[in-house]
Design a protein. Structure first.
Length: 94
Protein backbone atom coordinates (compact mmCIF):
# COMPACT_ATOMS: atom_id res chain seq x y z
CA UNK A 1 0.00 0.00 0.00
CA UNK A 2 2.75 2.46 0.89
CA UNK A 3 4.68 1.60 -2.28
CA UNK A 4 1.67 2.54 -4.40
CA UNK A 5 1.31 5.78 -2.45
CA UNK A 6 4.94 6.63 -3.10
CA UNK A 7 4.56 5.89 -6.81
CA UNK A 8 1.56 8.24 -7.00
CA UNK A 9 3.52 11.11 -5.44
CA UNK A 10 5.23 12.28 -8.65
CA UNK A 11 2.01 12.87 -10.64
CA UNK A 12 0.59 14.67 -7.62
CA UNK A 13 3.59 17.01 -7.62
CA UNK A 14 2.76 17.99 -11.19
CA UNK A 15 -0.89 18.49 -10.30
CA UNK A 16 0.04 20.87 -7.50
CA UNK A 17 3.00 22.79 -8.93
CA UNK A 18 1.85 23.30 -12.50
CA UNK A 19 -1.20 25.46 -11.61
CA UNK A 20 0.92 27.21 -9.00
CA UNK A 21 3.44 28.04 -11.71
CA UNK A 22 0.72 29.32 -14.03
CA UNK A 23 -0.54 31.62 -11.28
CA UNK A 24 3.00 32.84 -10.57
CA UNK A 25 3.58 33.43 -14.28
CA UNK A 26 0.44 35.51 -14.60
CA UNK A 27 1.29 37.41 -11.41
CA UNK A 28 4.75 38.15 -12.78
CA UNK A 29 4.20 38.85 -16.48
CA UNK A 30 0.96 40.84 -16.35
CA UNK A 31 2.48 43.52 -14.07
CA UNK A 32 5.58 43.42 -16.29
CA UNK A 33 3.40 44.36 -19.26
CA UNK A 34 1.82 47.17 -17.22
CA UNK A 35 5.26 48.44 -16.18
CA UNK A 36 6.38 48.55 -19.79
CA UNK A 37 3.31 50.58 -20.69
CA UNK A 38 4.12 52.95 -17.82
CA UNK A 39 7.71 53.18 -19.01
CA UNK A 40 6.53 54.13 -22.49
CA UNK A 41 4.46 56.90 -20.91
CA UNK A 42 5.58 59.68 -18.61
CA UNK A 43 5.99 57.57 -15.46
CA UNK A 44 9.18 58.20 -13.47
CA UNK A 45 11.85 55.51 -13.73
CA UNK A 46 11.90 55.11 -9.95
CA UNK A 47 8.32 53.83 -9.96
CA UNK A 48 9.07 51.33 -12.73
CA UNK A 49 12.20 50.05 -10.98
CA UNK A 50 10.37 49.63 -7.67
CA UNK A 51 7.67 47.61 -9.43
CA UNK A 52 10.38 45.50 -11.08
CA UNK A 53 12.05 44.80 -7.74
CA UNK A 54 8.74 43.81 -6.16
CA UNK A 55 7.93 41.42 -9.02
CA UNK A 56 11.35 39.82 -8.78
CA UNK A 57 11.11 39.50 -4.99
CA UNK A 58 7.68 37.87 -5.26
CA UNK A 59 8.95 35.32 -7.76
CA UNK A 60 12.11 34.60 -5.76
CA UNK A 61 10.15 34.23 -2.51
CA UNK A 62 7.81 31.76 -4.17
CA UNK A 63 10.50 29.73 -5.94
CA UNK A 64 12.91 29.42 -2.99
CA UNK A 65 10.79 27.00 -0.93
CA UNK A 66 9.78 25.11 -4.07
CA UNK A 67 13.45 24.66 -4.91
CA UNK A 68 13.95 23.08 -1.50
CA UNK A 69 11.48 20.34 -2.48
CA UNK A 70 13.67 19.15 -5.34
CA UNK A 71 14.18 19.40 -9.06
CA UNK A 72 10.83 18.00 -10.22
CA UNK A 73 8.67 20.53 -8.34
CA UNK A 74 10.93 23.38 -9.47
CA UNK A 75 10.86 22.31 -13.11
CA UNK A 76 7.10 21.76 -13.03
CA UNK A 77 6.60 25.21 -11.54
CA UNK A 78 8.92 26.73 -14.15
CA UNK A 79 6.86 25.08 -16.90
CA UNK A 80 3.76 26.58 -15.32
CA UNK A 81 5.40 30.02 -15.24
CA UNK A 82 6.09 29.76 -18.97
CA UNK A 83 2.46 28.72 -19.54
CA UNK A 84 1.38 31.77 -17.54
CA UNK A 85 3.59 33.93 -19.74
CA UNK A 86 1.94 32.45 -22.81
CA UNK A 87 -1.51 33.24 -21.40
CA UNK A 88 -0.57 36.85 -20.62
CA UNK A 89 1.04 37.39 -24.01
CA UNK A 90 -1.96 35.92 -25.76
CA UNK A 91 -4.32 38.19 -23.83
CA UNK A 92 -2.17 41.29 -24.37
CA UNK A 93 -1.73 40.68 -28.09
CA UNK A 94 -5.50 40.44 -28.63
Amino acid sequence: MLVRLEMDAKPMIALIHLPLGVALGVLYFHPLWRSLRLLAGATPLKTVFVAMALRFALLAAALAPIGQEGALPLLTTAAGIMAGRFLVMRRVAA
